[in-house]
Design a protein around this ligand. Structure first.
Ligand SMILES: [Ca+2]
Ligand SMILES: [Ca+2]
Ligand SMILES: [Ca+2]
Length: 250
């Protein structure tokens, strides 16, 4: 039986160094998808519940999945609106969490998880595929003029995407690359996507009205499956609206 679990620890406290390892917790509280279930939740509001939505994080009421057919193959079940390889067969939504059921140490804000500083959200889903796009819908707060930050990290070499102090940083198994990020209003919905495949990692930040910012770096590490993804807030609180993992074709 496949296990999906979420763990949130440390709701309040000081700042966290970007790239720092999560604090050790001997028995962290478990957080799980909301018991109402994916059949009663519609994250993107397109009228198709998460459980059967072929892009549960992108509004696509027509559920179009025609990219592979246009290339002469069978549709793979990932909608054209979110298929990272629309003409290739073999993509799949390996994981989607759009609502959360936290313990007392975590805070819900609507159907999002709100992370304090340092606020950790550990997503356990063995295995998270090595060749995959891992994406989260996040929002950041601004307090005393300083914008919050968030990191999304795979636990195979400590690599991931970090958005903090007006910079997007890709920490891959090779030296990191960094790009500046224009100021956005607090609470702007953002997508943070980490793609890992075939010796290349990519981190992309997207938001309405913002030209996508993409960082890429070579990675010597193999495309190993991992069992956990960590999120943590930096500078002030951040929200995680959803997490999705889409596997890439072999
Ligand atoms: Ca939907
Ligand atoms: Ca959808
Ligand atoms: Ca498709």
């Amino acid at each position: 039986m496949r296990c999906v679990g979420l763990v949130v620890v440390g709701a309040l406290g000081g700042c966290v160094e970007p790239g720092a390892a999560p604090p050790a917790e001997s028995d962290p509280p478990q957080v799980r998808p909301d018991p109402r279930g994916a059949w009663a939740h519609d994250e993107d509001g397109d009228g198709v519940v998460d459980a059967i939505d072929n892009c549960p994080h992108v509004a696509n009421p027509d559920q179009a999945d025609a990219g592979e057919r246009a290339a002469g193959a069978l549709a793979d079940g990932v909608g054209d609106a979110c298929d990272p390889q629309p003409a290739l067969v073999g993509n799949a939504v390996a994981l989607f969490v759009g609502q959360f059921d936290p313990p007392e140490t975590a805070e819900l804000d609507g159907d999002a998880v709100r992370l304090g500083v340092p606020g950790w959200l550990v997503l356990e889903h063995p295995p998270i595929p090595g060749r995959a796009v891992m994406q989260a819908g996040v929002r950041l707060a601004t307090v005393d003029g300083r914008r919050g930050g968030i990191a999304m990290t795979r636990l195979d070499g400590g690599g991931g995407c970090q958005l903090v102090d007006d910079r997007l940083r890709l920490a891959a198994p090779t030296p990191a690359s960094i790009a500046g990020v224009p100021a956005l209003p607090p609470g702007t919905p953002l997508t943070l996507a980490l793609t890992t495949a075939s010796g290349r990692w990519q981190c992309a930040l997207a938001a309405e009205g913002l030209a996508p910012i993409v960082l890429a770096a070579p990675a010597d590490a193999p495309d190993a499956d991992v069992g956990q993804v960590h999120f943590y807030a930096m500078a002030d609180h951040a929200w995680v609206d959803y997490v999705v993992v889409i596997t890439l074709a072999p």
